[in-house]
Design a protein around this ligand. Structure first.
Ligand SMILES: Cc1cc2nc3c(=O)[nH]c(=O)nc-3n(C[C@H](O)[C@H](O)[C@H](O)COP(=O)(O)O)c2cc1C
Length: 186
C-alpha cells in the first residue's frame, strides 16, 4: 500500500483477532518503523515492550486492561509504548514525551497496517499493574498499548471494512485554518 492509502486504511480493530503467531520479520519491521519516528532534539525517549508470552498476556488482560479492552487477551502479541519523561525535551517545563511517543506509535500502527496486521491503540489499562507485571521501572510512564494480530477470518481489508465504513471525522473546515484561526482552508 502507498503511505497515503495506508493512513486511510488504518483502523482500530476491536474484534476479529486471530491467535496465529506473528512473523518475527514483520515485528522487527514494525519496530523499525517506530524507531524511525522524529523526536524532540532526537532524544528518542520511546521504549517498546513486546509481550508474546500467553500467560503474561492473560495476566495483563485480567489485572491491567479494563473490561472494555478484554480483547487484549486474545492477541498473540501486545506492544506497550513507554517513555521516561526526563528523557524528552520540554517546553516551559512540560515534557514532550507523550508527543514523541505518539509519533512513534503512529508509525508503528501504519507499519502494521501496511503488513496487513490488526492493531487497536489503547490507554484503557491500569498503568501501575502493567508496570508491575512487565517489570517497567518506576520513572517510566506506560503511555499506550496495542494488540498486534493477524486479522480473522481473512485479509486486513476484509476485517477493517465495517469499521472504516462507520468512521466519522470532523470536517476539514472544523480542524484546518488558513492564515487566521477559524478561517477555513478550502
Ligand atoms: C489516546 C487514545 C486512547 C485510546 N484508548 C482506547 C481504548 O482504551 N480502547 C479502545 O478500544 N480503543 C482505544 N482507542 C482507539 C480509539 O477508539 C480510536 O482510535 C477512535 O475511535 C478512532 O477510530 P479508528 O482508530 O478506527 O480510526 C484509543 C485511541 C487513542 C488515540
Amino acid at each position: 500500500m502507498e503511505a497515503l492509502k495506508v493512513m486511510q486504511r488504518r483502523a482500530s480493530l476491536k474484534s476479529c483477532l486471530s491467535d496465529r503467531e506473528i512473523n518475527k520479520g514483520d515485528l522487527i519491521q514494525i519496530l523499525e518503523a517506530a524507531r524511525a519516528a522524529p523526536s524532540g532534539r532526537n532524544n528518542q525517549p520511546t521504549r517498546f515492550v513486546v509481550v508474546d508470552d500467553k500467560a503474561i498476556i492473560q495476566r495483563l488482560a485480567a489485572e491491567s486492561f479494563s473490561r472494555g479492552n478484554a480483547i487484549a487477551g486474545e492477541a498473540p502479541v501486545l506492544i506497550f509504548i513507554c517513555a521516561n519523561p526526563k528523557d524528552s525535551t520540554d517546553r516551559g517545563g512540560e515534557s514532550h514525551f507523550q508527543f514523541d511517543a505518539g509519533l512513534a506509535t503512529e508509525n508503528l500502527l501504519l507499519a502494521a497496517t501496511d503488513l496487513g496486521l490488526a492493531t487497536n491503540i489503547m490507554t484503557g489499562f491500569k498503568e501501575a499493574e502493567a508496570k508491575k507485571i512487565l517489570g517497567i521501572p518506576e520513572e517510566v510512564r506506560v503511555i499506550a498499548a496495542t494488540p498486534l494480530a493477524c486479522p480473522k477470518p481473512s485479509s486486513y481489508d476484509e476485517a477493517a471494512k465495517g469499521r472504516l465504513a462507520e468512521r466519522t471525522r470532523k470536517s476539514l473546515a472544523e480542524i484546518a485554518f488558513r492564515n487566521s484561526w477559524g478561517n477555513p482552508v478550502g
